[in-house]
Design a protein around this ligand. Structure first.
Ligand code: GCU
Length: 606
């Protein structure tokens, strides 16, 4: 019985180990790196309290703590034990669980026992929603997997390694920042570490439905394109059913276990922010049935407009990090998703830019139910070494994992490949390879990147940006902090833009900081006051009136969020205060300005 080790789609190495024994082999370029829709499978959650060892000097591998030995004779002793020490909640970052770990960057060993009852004819997988930032997984004393990337899932088959009854799993997690990581050495958010999303033991039939992609044809709103891949290279019948549409489509997989088909549907109600219609979908094979809900919509570009189901739609967006500020920790649950998206919806959005990395599935799936379009991106965020092939392979792997996880999620309208990169041949080649990687898997969405290169040209007296790479994108996005990082060169009423004129332009970040409750001079940035932030928003909204190809705006940011960049002792205290809502959940004056702006756009029918 073969089983597939999954190693991340790029080399895995840690400062704590020499050599490349974890050098990973890329998974087959065309295969999904993990099963699609894990929540629609037969799984047991392995969440809860795990035992933990903080290994600041990376001694654990040398000590083979994953073997979990205990002394048996007089002379034996071990300078570790997983029993009787630190206990950490999984899922969850470690930084927010004990004061001692608030700033911790390094290795933590997680471990737990779990019972299993492997059954004949069933396969078993360990599935991790995300581990930040890199990890190795050990089962019953042996390494079985490694993964790098803090925001996408991975799985490893354990069918032939599981014991009936007690099993012992260990996860060596390290969140140290490195120059070749993504994100790299410095970034404007907290470097949370830990097993930050659900962990499951998944049971599947011997041959199971491994992957599928079921979406509306880009050009024919009454045609559904579907592809299904079985776990094994076998030619067999598979079926796609959408009962409400009276669809029951049989496909035959080829010798590699893949099948695809297109079929017409009648009376399909397309998903949109106003009508977030989802259909029950079943994908079945001889041994397997996978259920989920899928929405069908089109998103496209026409000149400088973004169309949803053929209708010009202005993107009323906001950004948020995957963080619950009141808990000072990573968001990971359904309840967290409700909190974040409800506050976004209250602002009047039809879109959320999930900054700056793929966020958990609860958030993505809830946004879909709420009718909120998503921009998801991989954390290509400043300081990336575009010359390095290993970094490029990592970025491609992260993009593949993000797309394979969420390409059935109709709420995702945009794949973002970069944030604030500087033009160079190496950058262009790197990002072009990402676009090629993404489009090999999914062309049913728009590809976008955010740039911070717009400037005020003294001659033309317009805002301009010259970066040829923008032509390769479906939508161009610009981060611009007028009134914060950039003083106004002209009055906002005269701030005319001439950027990517023949493409849709989204202002993907703007804003300024304010400490909730702090009053001050509305013309003094250093007042860090709500009054200043309110005026800044009024000025920027005025400027937006002079951007002819404006297709959307996304203020930075919904909530104050934690960042080591932000160390002003009274105004920041390790918090980026650009939130429209404070770290305690209180709305600042600027929130109401933005709310009214979105109300006016909604009532104008845009
Ligand atoms: C940048 C960046 C954000 C950052 C923001 C800021 O544009 O994209 O991640 O937090 O500006 O400076 O607050």
């Amino acid at each position: 019985m073969k089983y597939r080790f999954l190693f991340a789609a790029f080399a895995f190495f840690l400062p704590l180990v020499a050599g490349a024994e974890d050098a990973a082999s890329c998974p087959d370029a065309g295969r999904a790196p993990f099963m699609t829709n894990v929540y629609g499978r037969d799984y047991t959650l392995l969440n809860g309290k795990w035992n933990a060892i903080v290994d600041l000097y990376d001694q654990g591998r040398k000590m083979k703590v994953y073997e979990n030995r205990t002394a048996k004779s007089g002379e034996e002793f071990y300078e570790y034990s997983f029993e009787g020490g630190l206990r950490l909640n999984v899922p969850g970052d470690w930084n927010s669980q004990t004061p001692e770990l608030k700033y911790y960057e390094g290795t933590v060993w997680y471990a737990r026992h779990f019972n299993a009852a492997p059954a004949d004819g069933r396969r078993q997988f360990l599935y991790f929603g995300a581990v930040s930032y890199r990890c190795r997984v050990y089962l019953n004393g042996e390494q079985i997997a490694a993964h790098e990337g803090g925001f996408t899932p991975f799985q490893v088959e354990v069918t032939d390694r599981l014991k009936t009854g007690d099993n012992f799993v260990v996860v060596e997690v390290n969140n140290r920042r490195t120059v070749d990581a993504i994100p790299a050495l410095a970034f404007d958010w907290w470097n949370y570490g830990g097993i930050t999303r659900d962990v499951m033991l998944v049971s599947t039939p011997e041959t199971f439905v491994e992957d599928y992609f079921i979406r509306l044809d880009n050009n024919s709103p009454d045609v559904i394109n579907a592809s299904v891949t079985l776990s094994d290279a076998v030619s067999a019948a598979v079926r796609i059913e959408i009962p409400e549409l009276k669809v029951s489509q049989e496909l035959m997989t080829d010798a590699s276990g893949r099948a695809s088909a297109s079929f017409k549907v009648k009376r399909l109600q397309r998903w949109s922010p106003d009508t977030p219609k989802l259909y029950d979908v079943l994908v079945t094979s001889a041994q397997d049935t996978v259920r989920e809900q899928i929405g069908f919509r089109n998103i496209s570009v026409d000149g400088t407009q973004i169309l949803v189901n053929g209708r010009p739609t202005f993107m009323r967006s906001i950004s948020f990090h995957e963080e619950i500020p009141q808990r000072r920790g990573r968001a990971f649950s359904q309840a967290d998703a409700v909190m974040l998206l409800s506050e976004a919806q209250a602002l009047g959005v039809n879109m959320v830019r999930l900054a700056h990395y793929p966020q958990n599935e609860y958030t993505v799936r809830l946004a879909e139910k709420m009718g909120i379009i998503l921009w998801q991106e991989i954390p290509i965020w400043q300081g990336i070494d575009f010359e390095d092939d290993g970094t490029r392979a990592k970025a491609q792997g992260m993009l593949r994992e993000m797309i394979y996880r969420d390409r059935n999620r109709c709420a995702v309208g945009f794949w973002g490949v970069a944030n604030e990169t500087k033009p160079s041949d190496a950058r262009n080649a790197f990002l072009t390879s990402l676009l090629e990687t993404g489009k090999a898997i999914d062309t049913s969405r728009l590809y976008v990147a955010a740039f911070d290169l717009a400037y005020f040209d003294e001659e033309s007296r317009h805002f301009e940006m010259h970066d040829d790479f923008t032509k390769k994108l479906d939508v161009v996005a610009v981060n611009k902090y007028m009134g914060w990082y950039h003083p106004w060169p002209v009055d906002p009423t005269e701030a005319v833009w001439d950027v990517a004129q023949d493409q849709p332009l989204i202002i993907s970040e703007f804003g300024g900081e304010a400490l909730y409750g702090q009053s001050g001079d509305r013309r003094m940035a250093s007042s860090w006051s709500e009054d200043y932030q309110e005026q800044l928003y009024l000025d920027n909204l005025e400027m937006f009136r002079h951007i002819p190809n404006l297709a959307g705006v996304s203020p930075w940011v919904l909530f104050d969020f934690r960042s080591p960049y932000r160390f002003h002792p009274t105004n920041q205290e390790d918090w980026n205060r650009k939130g429209l809502v404070s770290d305690q959940g209180y709305r600042k004056k600027a929130w109401y300005i933005m709310h009214d702006y979105y109300q006016s756009i909604k009532s104008s029918g845009r």
